[in-house]
Design a protein around this ligand. Sequence first.
Ligand code: ATP
Length: 225
Amino acid sequence: MRAGYDGITALHGVSLRVRAGQVLALLGPNGAGKTTTQKVAAGVHPVDSGRVHYAGRDVTGISSRDAARAGVCLIPEGRGIFPNLTVRENLWMMTFTGKTREEIEALAFSRFPILEQRASQTAGTMSGGEQQMLALTRGLTTDPAVLLLDELSMGLAPLVVGELYERVAEIAREGVAVLVVEQFASAVLDMADHAAVLVRGKVEYEGPPDQSLRNELANLYLGST
Ligand code: ATP
């Protein structure tokens, strides 16, 4: 698939497959096209050529609304929560999904018990990791088939990132196809099933998240400094 901005190509023939039950880590330096790839997958950005499929169905050119209806959930960098609302209010906003407040709270608090302790707290005053948990649960209330996570580790301590990724792996095991975008890789590679390295809009390397992939990344980042 190819895509770009105002005639400038950002993605030159990127071809990726994310399977249900698996995590695909999409890595690469600043400006490589990782976010653009996710935006195309979420129907937020058009493709210039190529196709997008969900579960075998051609959905190229789908609107973001139809993509959401088809089960695609994008959790953007910066988390997309309402910082001035409480945790509970952030959760209650998801009743548009048809779930009751009680169902949504049960879903959130069983997966992330800390959110129950924080229920009356203003979301923006929580730690970065807790905010990310809230963003993840809000996304999960839509029962996604495809979960797109952008730079989940941004600004978080490595230990917190590791814990969050363990939960992301659990979510995938429940049958969700997860595409994780990250610039810095280690924590995500520990739990990803498959990885792809994007450089200047092209997939330069794709395969299992093993030592040879780590070597590729090391060369890439050392080579670019
Ligand atoms: P980062 O890690 O910095 O978020 P990325 O790998 O996600 O980078 P993209 O944000 O997809 O990369 O950007 C890919 C290319 O497209 C870059 O050259 C970028 O400058 C360009 N680009 C991204 N968004 C826009 C936009 N709204 N208008 C014009 N060009 C854009």
